[in-house]
Design a protein around this ligand. Structure first.
Ligand code: HEC
Ligand code: HEC
Length: 273
């Protein structure tokens, strides 16, 4: 088979690039590895993306935003949450003991390429909403606050929304409200448990409790029920344990919440950063 010379040339180029990078790394590794030596090189993020898809996507998702049902974090949010290149480097290298996040035997340059890739997919900073924040505050109180906290006030069935406008794109935020079940937030997997109630004496009847799954091991689960009480169950005591695909958040159609009203709510949330 005859191949065009172009891919070969680019292969030689990238091999040469890898060599020179490795040489730079050897010098760099003498000092503490705090900043990413490949930071300004766009090829690093691309090469990191290839490694990412082969080694990380099964748990963290093809777009690094996590996968419903697997409790691995959305990696596009780690920078906004305040992590550093160095910490991410060490996490990739050593894994997270006590979790399924495994250690990886990548070389230093490969590990930095992954860090570069994760930087390149980071959620973009604050979107500008330009509605009426005061009206939005009222709409939030009447429609959302029973399940969502902002600055320490509100319910806990759904995630705290204090920082949300800096961590999600406008499209993702709108989608979360219009179609909550399309992407379910990490640590808010809806579950139903059915168990036999013994508390009410003679008549034993099965009880059904819905909520969001907070943690799980081989023997037990912890969940927050829809009354926002934390509850723990031994799996052996359950008649049923169902992972649901419908979010516990109701979908808000345009009839219930117009686009202008949603913009007001998002403007309010943006003002709470
Ligand atoms: C088998 C599943 C699995 C694979 C494969 C995996 N991870 Fe993870 N990763 C996890 C889990 C689970 C956590 C959360 C650990 C914890 O904090 O409990 C995690 C945590 C992390 C964190 C820390 C996030 C934070 O909140 O600061 C980073 C960074 C990370 N992974 C990057 C990667 C990269 C890069 C790869 C591929 C080289 C990878 N992971 C492969 C499951 C996985
Ligand atoms: C009955 C409780 C409930 C109400 C009411 C509710 N939510 Fe939610 N919300 C949830 C739950 C549970 C989740 C997590 C599961 C999911 O992602 O669907 C969630 C998720 C979200 C997310 C995604 C968060 C993330 O990390 O991506 C946004 C944004 C959101 N809600 C906004 C709103 C807004 C705005 C309102 C009011 C118009 C509202 N919610 C009303 C329960 C609720």
């Amino acid at each position: 088979m005859k191949k065009s010379p172009k891919p070969k040339l680019s292969l030689i180029r990238s091999v040469t690039w890898l060599f020179s990078i490795t040489a730079v790394m050897c010098v760099a590794s003498v000092q503490a590895q705090q900043i990413n030596p490949l930071e300004s090189d766009p090829r690093a993020a691309r090469a990191g993306g290839v490694l990412y898809r082969s080694q990380c996507a099964t748990c963290h998702g093809g777009d690094a935003r996590g996968i419903t049902g697997i409790d691995a974090p959305d990696l596009t949010l780690i920078w906004a949450a305040g992590t550093t290149d160095e910490r991410v480097f060490q996490t990739i290298r050593n894994g997270v003991p006590g979790s399924i996040m495994p250690p990886h035997g990548f070389t230093d340059p490969e590990t930095w390429m992954l860090v570069s890739y994760l930087r390149s997919v980071a959620a973009t900073a604050a979107t500008e909403f330009s509605g009426d924040a005061v009206r939005g505050s009222g709409l939030f109180l009447s429609n959302c606050a029973r399940c969502h906290r902002v600055r320490g006030e509100g319910g806990s069935l759904g995630p705290d929304l204090s920082q949300i406008t800096s961590r999600r794109s406008a499209a993702a935020l709108i989608n979360s409200v219009r179609e909550p079940s399309a992407v379910i937030a990490r640590r808010y997997q809806p579950v139903t448990v059915v168990f036999e109630s013994v508390a009410t004496g003679a008549s034993r009847s099965p009880q059904r409790v819905q909520g969001t799954l907070k943690s799980e091991d081989a023997f037990s689960i912890q969940m927050m029920d829809t009354n926002q009480q934390l509850r723990a169950f031994m799996k052996a005591d359950l008649l049923e344990f169902l992972r649901e695909s419908d979010s516990l958040m109701p979908a808000f159609s345009r009839n219930e919440l117009s686009s202008a009203e949603l913009e007001d709510i998002l403007t309010f949330l943006q003002s709470q950063l």
